[in-house]
Design a protein around this ligand. Sequence first.
Ligand code: ATP
Ligand code: MG
Length: 352
Amino acid sequence: MTAETATTATDRTPAESTANPLVAATAAGHHRILTGDRPTGPLHLGHYFGTLRNRVELQSRGLELMIVIPDYQAITDRDRADRPAEHAEELVLDYLAAGVDPERATIFTHSAVPALNQLLLPFLSLVSVAELSRNPTVKDEIAHSRQSTVSGLMFTYPVHQAADILFCKADLVPVGQDQLPHLEVTRTIARRFNDRYTTLFPEPQALLSRAPLLLGTDGGKMSKSRGNAVTLGATADETARLLRGAVTDPDRHITYDPEHRPGVSNLLLLTALCQDRDPHAVAAEIGNGGAALLKRTATEAVNEHFRPLRARRAELAADRTVLREVLHAGNARANAVADRTLTEVRAAMGTF
Ligand code: ATP
Ligand code: MG
């Protein structure tokens, strides 16, 4: 991908980003990326264009890549996580197929790193209940929760996410738009810890892509848990079936207008991302062809773009021991980092 396909978000707004942010981010001295995906299902096109492609690109530019598989966060919105270890392996499969280099990346499961989780306690003391209550992403996740009540774990979601990011002192976080409010909490926690005790943590910056919120087939955010996703590993036929069912509108003249025509524009953007083009140009080409032609165009673009990734994924799936080894090695590395940070935190707080 080209460096121009991403935007950076700071404590101001993503719209104020620089024109060539990946290069700018690297040049600005960022050195460690942390990002992750809940082990609630396989990765989808939203992950790929939202963050995964940027992770691979930044790793290839020499930044250190940490990927958390936050298995405890899989029980924020459901009573039990469904086969979290199996899903974690599937995520590793998706990462490797997408081009993440496991030799240089640290891919780890959150529950296997005790010192990381211990950071939650001091961090909880740095935010107010009022701040947690007004987090819009927590509200949205509660609205889609499978539980009738809100657990303490759901309520404190942004705080454990802060622990995930700060334990390794990551300074750049490639995320989708839904994660921006969470990242603000992380930045607040870092700032307050540094002010109250001693300067230990960077205030990490978000990195948004050109597709910070890819929509699913039902018109809502494409999500692993909402039954509206096209997965990276889907077959060409599954992709065609799913995209045929995508929500559009009755106007046969296809135009790119994300605000008024979200479904149509989403398919145009998806096509444009796959073909490295401008969505307006894709729309002009389809003209009065209607939603059916748009869907066929998007399907061909997705299937063409993901053919090599899907082939690599199928090859890698043949040997699951490799996937487990990647996680074991990643957990060992993450534990060493977390132990060091916890020692520093305890010294800063003056605990015994
Ligand atoms: P779940 O439904 O289980 O919450 P999810 O699809 O929302 O799954 P997450 O594991 O919660 O995926 O998110 C992992 C990362 O991918 C986050 O940085 C998130 O912002 C990003 N992401 C998720 N969905 C999209 C999307 N539709 N468009 C762009 N980025 C996305
Ligand atoms: Mg999510």
